[in-house]
Design a protein around this ligand. Structure first.
Ligand code: MN
Length: 205
């Protein structure tokens, strides 16, 4: 599991980017990273720290808060901190050859979707179909089956007992500087920067 799921911290922090701000360009420009990571995510982290104080959720892990908190400002900000941590940690400036997974993840994708390309198409279709702001996730369920789920706004599949493996932020702030209204192009270009070893490390195996 991602280390953030294991952290027992009373503060909620920005994830450390595993690449320089400019390293994902031109898929995600330096300006997009500076605004999306540096401004949007920082605001969610600050809001979460302000909202969680003196509540029953203070001291819980981020994962525990996202599962337990009722829908509202605390949940929205905790969900977005978790979502964005998973998002920014799943990219790399040095992707694997052929930009595709291997090992247990590739085996599971082929078993559950038929092929890697079919999985990618299902994620692209779900991203296009999600109206408004939200997230599209490749998830694993309790029986290890993979599927694609869409979540509105700041929701996360762990609320449904699912393990998020790869997530696409389809809020306009994630792509507007680089792609304007072309959400489908943004989703397709992300395939060039996925750290599939990181994604596989999130599997329950
Ligand atoms: Mn975002």
């Amino acid at each position: 599991m991602s280390t953030i799921f294991k952290s027992k911290t009373t503060g909620y922090h920005m994830p450390i980017l595993p690449y320089p701000n400019s390293a994902l360009s031109p898929v995600l420009s330096q300006a997009t990273i500076e605004y999306h990571y540096g401004k949007h995510l920082q605001t969610y982290v600050d809001n979460l720290n302000n909202l969680v104080g003196d509540t029953e959720y203070e001291g819980m892990t981020l994962r525990e808060i996202v599962i337990a908190a009722p829908k509202g400002p605390l949940f929205n900000n905790a969900g977005q901190v978790l979502n964005h941590t998973l998002y920014f940690e799943q990219f790399t400036a040095t992707p694997l050859p052929k930009n595709q997974p291997s090992g247990a993840l590739m085996s599971a994708i082929r078993f559950d979707f038929g092929s890697f390309d079919t999985m990618k198409k299902k994620i692209e279709d779900a991203s296009a179909a999600l109206f408004g702001s939200g997230w599209v996730w490749l998830v694993q369920d309790d029986s290890d089956k993979l599927s694609i789920v869409s979540c509105p706004n700041g929701d996360n599949p762990i609320r449904q007992g699912l393990t998020p493996l790869y997530g696409i932020d389809v809020w306009e702030h994630a792509y507007y500087l680089d792609y304007q209204n072309r959400r489908a192009e943004y989703v397709k270009r992300l395939w060039d920067i996925v750290d599939w070893e990181m994604v596989e490390s999130r599997m329950n195996i």
